[in-house]
Design a binder for this molecule. Sequence first.
Ligand code: F6R
Length: 614
Amino acid sequence: MCGIIGYLGGREATPILMESLKRLEYRGYDSAGVAVLEEPRQGHATRTSVTKSEAKVDTLVEKLEANMPSGKLGIGHTRWATHGKPTYINAHPHTDCKGKIFVVHNGIIENFAELKAELEAEGHEFPSETDTEVVPHLIEKYYKGDFLAAVRAALKRIHGAYALAMFSSEDPELLVGARLNAPLVVGLGESEYYIASDITAIIPYTKRVLVLGEGEVAAVTPLGPEVSTLDGVTVKSKIVHVDWDVAQAQKGGYPHFMLKEIHESDEAVANAMRGRLSDDGAVSFREFDVSDEQLKSVKDVLLLGMGTSLHAAMIGEYVIEDWAGIPARAEDASEFRYRRPTVGKDTLDVVITQSGETADTLVALHQAKERGSLSVAVTNVIASSAARDADGAIYLHSGPEIGVASTKTLLAHTISLYLLALRLATVNGRVSLERRQELVESLRALPEQVRGILARDEEIRGLAEKYSKYGDFMYAGRGLGFPVALEGALKLKEISYVHAEGTSGGLLKHGPIALLDDQFPVVAICTASATKDKMVSNVHEMAARNAPVIALVTDGDHSLDGVATDLFVMPAVEEVSSVILDTVMLQLFAYHVAVKLGQNVDQPRNLAKSVTVE
Ligand code: F6R
């Protein structure tokens, strides 16, 4: 959703805000703005300079470069509109009637309409259509000379979700952050401090952060941050050390983050296994250190996620059932939260979320926890909400993912779920030592095999350019190929805006096949699997409707020669390895179609990297 940043220290705030906003832009990019408390000039009172743009951060940066505010305290925002269009007036920061209090916000204030009516009746004026604007006005209402006390009083009135960075021109040495149901970290530099939606914004400046808990407020002064509850009770926060480095958050010579991140897939796969697998296939997770006895008592597994992470959950569902023989089901977290879920003490609840902050996934996690199930978060972000709220965490260690479309982290999710399935299979005595070793060997070979696919980037680009003239695509697969097909379709549509749908090969005949003709190509996942022959029959059915077919086939398999329009030959590997290799190929295919169509692949329209509202 939106990205927020605040700075208080000895350096000029504006360049730091500009840099951080560029790094945060993947969270939202409709419009942007900063407020900087300017150094008082001789004979002048302190004043706050506000600069906004109704376009992306680059436009804001141009404006700031032309007219750079000078000051050591400031806040900035990049917006993903929820209430009100992305206009200049609706861009953050927002202020109170007197123009003294400045606020940037990520989240949704659910009771803003009633608060606004109350404040309007008291004479407050609201130029914007945003929900955020009630915050500075509420603070203004409660302000009696103590900014922090007024913030606390205001926040007690607010329902919904917020991560806020705020200051008042009356308190030039106080930057305040607060959170509820939206992420916020406080970065600790050398006599300088940051407030940010996520770590990516501030990694060039510090790797030491405090992660605020729900309902906590950080009051940052030149002496450092003090964290407390809304009732003013002091909280002792843990300092987290982040191992991401700056280079990972830069394009490193690639034209887009998405392409760079796809090219980091081999490392992502290797990192997800690192330190977790012994040679005989025994699996251990440092941050999900449960006993064999505890895992043995698991009678079913619930896997929750959204979007790409839901596709990872579906892959997990297949392998957990297959290897561990335990009933497993993947659920759309946004639907799960409104059902009467049948989970209990014997359920293992696995939440799959790259960001660790997806609102629906978090609520579903909390509900499952309330019912007493053991929970684990599979996530890329250390100390994210999911990691903190679940009983344990399996970290992806993929490094930051900046491209809005998930790529390398899906592969790391998939590997993590394979390892979890292997662990469950082992404690349940469902896998022989020999088979386990075989699987481990296959997994260990994957980084090299991924590099083999990445090296075929040009070949994939050629295919993508040939097919970029079509306005519709069907992706079809069976078994593990089904979530791969769903993901291939999602990747294509979200970054190229070309219509694409995913189906299982079996479902095709029950409706979707009606769409097919010579203008409706199909991408068919036909790599070796238990259901490969069925997919081959499905491809014959598609070709009979004149649909151009790109078939992903295993080296040496000639069953689709002369039937598919284009064959993309994959190495002969285990089916679970094919999932990874096929996915990388489809990510590159989607990327190249989108580039050919001239789309902004890193920041597709209407999307945001982290969906922290329902
Ligand atoms: C698609 C994509 C989204 C995310 C989804 C869940 O490329 O990135 O579908 O997968 O928003 O995000 P996380 O994994 O952060 O919970």
